[in-house]
Design a binder for this molecule. Structure first.
Ligand SMILES: [Zn+2]
Ligand SMILES: [Zn+2]
Length: 348
């Protein structure tokens, strides 16, 4: 029996350029009713070294790292002991390496890498200048950050609309960048590429305004990655490996839970007498493959094949089939607002 656990990923703390300490991250995540958080301070595993990883009440804290070479794309590293550190948790030397060298270093011992803010971001007025990832032929990464709250919010930000964006941050959320989704669909036709969500939580302030744009607690209620775990998460360090496994295999989906908590959203396929889940690759279907989608809330549900709509309905249940190979994934919208983006089922 699969269980649905929701978590927030890509979170900075005072160990790098975040603005709050880990105990405050933990309290904020507990208040937002999260099951897990994945921390990702820049070029350091110090929070792990200092003993923060593990269970804190009902919240599982996992320490990842955002590898951020200077003037190159960034990625999230999970489940790794990078060689460059020689056992040291401070990996500032990554700033002097290329992103490819860093990626090879992180994955050389089985670690997984997720490219974050893959298309980069340039907003000189707001002192934001992030390079895009530029090595999509490299097979070393496991997945990409498909939807990031901060980068979605920043996308159309200008000085002229700053006040409006500050007052109503959640109204500005438009969903994953269509360019990124089509890149994801193209990559998926060659190999499995897992999509995850991120917050890039730092806690931003605007000059002369006391309240930050969004607090960590507010962010933790927005875009989450839901992972599907076979059975209950154990109350030991094994739980961390279960979360890693779901991320690596793509047994997960992304949702903007502020619109409605998507817990229980289901996307499965069946061929012959076998059932397949998000992230699964199905080889050599005999006649056709059946798809079943169930939503805990009424929504516009779209089943896409290689990025194009295969079936679309309004409601909570969609059952259909196909005889064609392709990358099948689901998008769901509530009143035209982006809500759920699942990982694909790959029919090869
Ligand atoms: Zn970054
Ligand atoms: Zn970041």
């Amino acid at each position: 029996m699969l269980k649905d656990y929701k978590g927030a990923c890509h979170i900075h703390t005072k160990y790098s350029d975040g603005t709050i300490q880990i105990p405050d991250v933990i309290t904020s995540a507990q208040d937002a009713d999260l099951d897990f958080v994945i921390l990702s301070d820049h070029n350091t595993f110090s929070p792990k070294h200092d003993g923060w990883e593990g269970w804190h009440g009902d919240l599982l804290v996992i320490v990842g790292m955002e590898v951020s070479p200077r003037r190159a794309g960034h990625f999230l590293a999970l489940n790794t002991q990078p060689l460059a550190g020689n056992g040291n948790v401070d990996l500032r030397k990554y700033r002097h390496m290329t992103s490819k060298e860093c990626l090879d270093d992180v994955t050389s011992n089985g670690g997984t890498a997720f490219i974050v803010h893959p298309l980069g971001k340039r907003k000189i007025t707001f002192n934001i200048n992030l390079e895009a990832w530029n090595d999509w032929e490299h097979n070393g990464f496991t997945g990409i950050e498909i939807w990031s709250y901060l980068h979605d919010w920043i996308h159309d930000l200008k000085l002229s609309n700053l006040w409006h964006f500050y007052k109503y941050p959640n109204r500005q959320i438009k969903g994953p960048d269509p360019k990124l989704l089509s890149l994801w669909d193209r990559l998926g036709q060659k190999r499995k590429v897992v999509g995850i969500s991120g917050l890039d939580a730092h806690l931003r302030r605007i000059p002369f305004v006391r309240k930050p744009i969004f607090t960590y607690k507010e962010l933790f209620k927005t875009i989450r990655t839901h992972v599907l775990i076979d059975g209950e998460l154990s109350k030991s360090d094994e739980a961390i490996q279960s979360i890693y496994k779901a991320h690596k295999e793509g047994m997960c989906y992304i949702s903007f839970d502020l619109l409605a908590d998507a817990t229980g959203f289901m996307f499965v396929a069946n061929s012959g007498d076998r059932m397949y889940h998000m992230g699964d690759e199905v080889f050599n279907i005999e006649n056709e493959i059946g798809f079943c989608i169930k939503s805990p809330h009424p929504a516009t549900i779209k089943l896409l094949r290689n990025g194009k709509i295969h079936r679309e309905i309004k409601g909570t249940f969609l059952e259909t089939s196909s005889t064609e190979k392709g990358v099948y994934r689901v998008e769901a919208y509530i009143e035209n607002r982006p809500w759920v983006f699942t990982n694909p089922i790959y029919v090869r």
